[in-house]
Design a protein around this ligand. Structure first.
Ligand code: S3P
Length: 429
C-alpha cells in the first residue's frame, strides 16, 4: 500500500489562508442553476471531486455548464428542460449529489440510474427513497432501494407532509426539490434544525418558502430564475486550520472569507467553550450566506460535552474536534452523534482507531466517543480509509506528533480540498 510520510513536530503556523468554496453551497449552486430559467454565474465554486461529480451528472441531464477555474456558468433549462440521461449518473463519493439529485429526478418523466463508489454503495438511501415514494416516484434498487445502484422513474408528484426521522439536510433538501415539483403544498418537519443552504437558495433564486421553527412549507410548480451565487469559503475546510492553529504551539492563522451560516458554526461555539483564542470578524454584506474572517492562536484548552442540537451544526467537524479534544485538559464527551456511522466511513470507528494508533486516549461509545486529554501523540501508521475528512484530520494530528506518521489513502483529500497540503505548507514557513 502506498503511504506518505507526513510532517511532524511542527511549531509556529503563521499566515493567512482563503479556504476553497463551501461544498454544500457549491453542489446546490449547480442544482438550482440547472432547474432555474436563465443563466446562473457561480464564483469561488469548489473544484473538489464531489462537486465535479455534480457538474458531470447535470451535464448528462442535458444542462450546459461552463467552468473556468472556480467560475462556473450554468445555462438553466428549467425543471421541465432536464433530459433523460443516456448514460448512468455516477456520483463518485458524494452523498449530497445522490440524495439531492434523487429529489429532482423523482418528478422528472424519465428513467435514470444512479451509482457511486464503494463508500456510496454502503450508505443508507431509504431515508430519501421512502419519502420520495410517498410523493409518488417509482424507485428501485438493491435491498428495496436502501443501496445503490438505484433506478428512478419520475412521476407527477403529489405533495406530502413528512416528519424527518433523522436530522439530515440532505434528506430535507431532497424532499424540497421534490416538493418544488409536487401538486400542492409540501410540509417537512425537522427533529433538529440542520444546515439551511437549500432554503436560502430557493429564496435567492426567486422562489417562496415558509419557515416556522422546525417546519418548512413549499408550494409546488414554482419557477426559479437564474442568479449570481458567490460561494463563501467552507467552514468545514477551515476547521482543520482552526484546530491546527489552536494545538500547534506558537501559531497564529488568519482565515479569510469563511462561511458563517449559524447552522454550520457549531465548531466555533465549541472551541470558544473549550477556551480557544479565536476571534471572528463578520462581513457586513447583504448576501444570502453570511461570511467573515477568523483568527486563531495557540490556546490552552479544556474538555467539554458536545451533544443534542449542537451535533448537526458541527457534524462534519467531529473528526477534527476529536483531535482538538486530545489536546484539552480533562474529558471531552461527544454524544447523540450516531449519524457519524453512516458518513463516508463509520467516523466513530475511523476517528477512534486512527487517533488511538497515534497515542490518543480515546474510546468509542454507542453514539459518539470519549476523549481524555491532554495526551502526547507519538506517531504511527494510519489510514484515511478513503475518507477526506479523516485524511486531513490525520495530517493535522501528525503536525503535533513526536514520532513519524505514515498515511495511506492520502488522495481521498481531493474530494473536498485538493489544495489542502499546499495551504497547510504555506503556513509552515
Ligand atoms: C450535507 C449534509 C450533511 C453533511 C454533508 C453535507 C449537505 O449530511 O454531513 O457533508 O450538503 O446537505 P446529512 O444530511 O447526511 O447529515
Amino acid at each position: 500500500m502506498n503511504s506518505s510520510k507526513l510532517k511532524t513536530n511542527i511549531h509556529g503556523l503563521k499566515g493567512g489562508v482563503a479556504v476553497p468554496g463551501d461544498k454544500s453551497i457549491s453542489h446546490r449552486s449547480i442544482m438550482f442553476g440547472a432547474i432555474a430559467e436563465g443563466q446562473t454565474r457561480v464564483t469561488n465554486f469548489l473544484l473538489g471531486e464531489d462537486c465535479l461529480s455534480t457538474i458531470a451528472c447535470f451535464r448528462k441531464l442535458g444542462v450546459s455548464i461552463e467552468q473556468e477555474g472556480d467560475h462556473v456558468t450554468v445555462s438553466g433549462t428549467g425543471m421541465e428542460g432536464l433530459k433523460e440521461p443516456k448514460d448512468i449518473l455516477d456520483v463518485g463519493n458524494s452523498g449530497t449529489t445522490i440524495r439531492l439529485l434523487m429529489g429532482i429526478l423523482a418528478g422528472r418523466p424519465f428513467h435514470s440510474v444512479l451509482i457511486g463508489d464503494e463508500s456510496i454503495g454502503n450508505r443508507p438511501m431509504t431515508r430519501v427513497t421512502r419519502p420520495l415514494r410517498l410523493f409518488g416516484a417509482q424507485i428501485n434498487g438493491r435491498k428495496n432501494a436502501e443501496y445503490t445502484p438505484l433506478a428512478v422513474k419520475g412521476e407527477q408528484l403529489s405533495s406530502i407532509t413528512y416528519e424527518l426521522p433523522v436530522a439530515s439536510a440532505q434528506v430535507k433538501s431532497s424532499l424540497l426539490f421534490a416538493g418544488l415539483q409536487a401538486k400542492g403544498e409540501t410540509q417537512i418537519i425537522e427533529p433538529i434544525k440542520t444546515r439551511d443552504h437549500t432554503e436560502r437558495m430557493i429564496r435567492q433564486f426567486g422562489g417562496e418558502i415558509e419557515i416556522d421553527g422546525h417546519s418548512i412549507r413549499i408550494q409546488g410548480g414554482q419557477t426559479l430564475k437564474g442568479t449570481e451565487v458567490h460561494v463563501p469559503g467552507d467552514i468545514s475546510s477551515a476547521a482543520f486550520f482552526l484546530v491546527a492553529g489552536a494545538i500547534v504551539p506558537e501559531s497564529e492563522i488568519h482565515l479569510k472569507n469563511v462561511g458563517l451560516n449559524p447552522t454550520r458554526t457549531g465548531i466555533i461555539d465549541v472551541m470558544q467553550r473549550m477556551g480557544a483564542d479565536i476571534s471572528i470578524d463578520p462581513y457586513e454584506n447583504e448576501s444570502e450566506e453570511p461570511a467573515g474572517d477568523i483568527t486563531i492562536r495557540s490556546s490552552s484548552l479544556k474538555g467539554t460535552v458536545i451533544e443534542g442540537d449542537l451535533i448537526p451544526r458541527l457534524i462534519d467537524e467531529i473528526p477534527v474536534i476529536a483531535l482538538l479534544a486530545t489536546q484539552a485538559e480533562g474529558e471531552t464527551i461527544i454524544k447523540d452523534a450516531e449519524e457519524l456511522k453512516v458518513k463516508e466511513t463509520n467516523r466513530i470507528d475511523t476517528v477512534v482507531n486512527e487517533l488511538y494508533k497515534l497515542g490518543a486516549d480515546i474510546a468509542a461509545t454507542e453514539d459518539g466517543m470519549i476523549i481524555r486529554g491532554k495526551s502526547s501523540l507519538t506517531g504511527g501508521k494510519v489510514s484515511s480509509h478513503g475518507d477526506h475528512r479523516i485524511g486531513m484530520m490525520l495530517a493535522v494530528a501528525a503536525a503535533i506528533s513526536s514520532g513519524d506518521v505514515h498515511l495511506t489513502h492520502k488522495e481521498a483529500i481531493s474530494v473536498s480540498y485538493p489544495s489542502f497540503f499546499e495551504h497547510f505548507e504555506s503556513l509552515q514557513k
